[in-house]
Design a protein around this ligand. Structure first.
Ligand SMILES: C=C(O[C@@H]1C=C(C(=O)O)C=C[C@H]1O)C(=O)O
Length: 361
């Protein structure tokens, strides 16, 4: 038995600490309200500031001395900021629905749980609703560590004038889910998004080689669909399992344990520097000898680190290659703006998709 007196004393101590935390969070929330008033009187309608939020979280992680780890501590502060912001104006964020997708999880990880998330049926709809001003931001998947680029998202950027305002990385754990009518010995169909089916290919080959694999628009849609079906399973994540009341027959069935997806936050405004930023651009290059070398050389010469170079076929037919390039640094930094000016002068077309804070969490 624990020492009753010692327990009582520790719990009293926790109660008094909680009172202090409560008072401090309230004081912080009042401060954030005043910031909103200052912004409003300056005619600034944008309360949410991604670069400032990234700085707050980085500061917390740098100062944290444990015992909670940096990510855990930052997650708590993420939620405090989200709640403070929602006092003035909850951020409205569109995502690739239905409810329960990994994209929704990414949206909540980035904006916190006080954000209002709006499920939409397709990636281009997310772009459209942001462009129309019906929501403040959108969240779209862009690349998976196992399966590579999500080409549909890249292609949608070709026709869009929206800005990238941030990035989120999410560890993706897939589970094999069933409804009450299905037994593990009688699974003849497995539904999921094509990316998720691909991420679990070897596991499915080993455990359900004969089951038909059916690709649907999202893994949450798969979970929703099998709820009342016989002999059917879905591959989806925790949020979908919980939301649609399904049983996890097998957990973490992704072939690679480090399976993760990167998502982009899209919005209408460009974002000032946060001190640790990335920039994404699209360039169209003429099909001539040395074109790729000439395109990349200025980055190297100016000490700008490339983090990703992706090629897509141009859809106009006019240019042979379109490159999506990500690199470290903000477009306002002198070495980055020098590279952009130089690259702009040699390529057929250059569009800066945005400079944004590097993912903190
Ligand atoms: C308080 C501000 O506004 C919002 C709330 C923040 C916070 O709670 O720390 C940070 C950035 C903004 O999203 C601010 O700009 O400082």
């Amino acid at each position: 038995m624990a020492d009753d007196k010692q327990l009582t004393r520790l719990r009293d101590q926790i109660d008094s600490i909680d009172d202090q935390i409560l008072a401090l969070i309230s004081e912080r929330a009042r401060c954030a309200q005043q910031v909103a008033e200052v912004k409003q009187s300056a005619g600034d309608a944008v309360f949410y500031r991604p670069e400032r939020e990234a700085q707050v979280l980085r500061h917390i992680m740098a100062k944290n001395q444990g015992p909670l780890d940096n990510e855990e501590m930052a997650r708590l502060f993420r939620e405090i900021m989200s709640a403070c912001l929602a006092l003035e104006q909850p951020v409205k964020v569109a995502f690739l629905g239905p409810e329960g997708t990994f994209t929704q999880e990414a949206a909540l990880k980035h904006f916190g749980h006080s954000a209002v998330t709006v499920p939409l049926g397709a990636i281009d709809e997310v772009f459209r609703e942001v462009a129309a001003g019906a929501v403040n931001y959108g969240v779209v998947p862009v690349e998976n560590s196992t399966e590579g680029m999500i080409n549909h998202t890249l292609d949608t950027f070709l026709d869009s004038t929206l800005n990238i305002c941030g990035e989120v990385e999410l560890r993706i754990h897939h589970h094999l889910l069933v409804g009450p009518n299905t037994h593990s010995d009688h699974i003849t169909r497995v539904y999921s998004h094509s990316q998720s089916l691909a991420q679990c290919r070897q596991w499915l080959d080993g455990h359900y080689p004969k089951a038909e694999r059916i690709a649907v628009s999202s893994n949450a849609e798969a979970a929703k669909r099998i709820k009342g079906e016989w002999n059917s399973a879905a591959i989806a994540g925790d949020m979908a399992a919980e939301l649609y009341g399904l049983t996890k027959l097998n957990e973490k069935i992704e072939d690679r344990p480090d399976n993760s997806t990167r998502f982009l936050i899209i919005g209408r405004d460009s974002i000032p520097p946060s001190g640790d930023d990335k920039t994404s651009i699209i360039v169209a290059v003429r099909n001539e000898p040395g074109a790729l070398h000439n395109l990349l050389e200025p980055f190297h010469r100016n000490g700008v680190d490339l983090t990703r170079v992706e090629t897509r076929p141009s859809r106009t037919g006019k240019w042979t290659y379109v490159f999506f390039i990500d690199f470290l640094g903000h477009r306002d930094a002198p070495n980055v703006s020098a590279v952009l000016a130089e690259v702009g002068s040699i390529v057929a077309d250059l569009r800066v998709l945005g400079s944004y804070p590097k993912a903190v969490l």
